[in-house]
Write a new protein. Sequence first.
Length: 101
Amino acid sequence: MAAVKLDASARDSQLQPLLAPEGGWHLVEGRDAIQKTFMFQDFNEAFGFMTRVAIKADKMDHHPEWFNVYNKVDITLSTHDCQGLSGRDITLATFIDALTK
């Protein structure tokens, strides 16, 4: 099934909770993408987190852009198929957040 870019209604109902201060995600300047930084105790904890995200992302066939240095993981989500944010990004961001609670 082809990814569909979020419409205004979906942005209000699904994206806004992620962008709220307690959600921690923010829009990426110059792109239709969201980004969040995660901090962990050490590299092992960060890598374990990335492994869990990678397994879910692979099952979804939707892969994040990410960067890791020691205990810090930066994740950017955008759907390349529709060149912007889609429901896939919301689903993956929600899953990622649930891992850290």
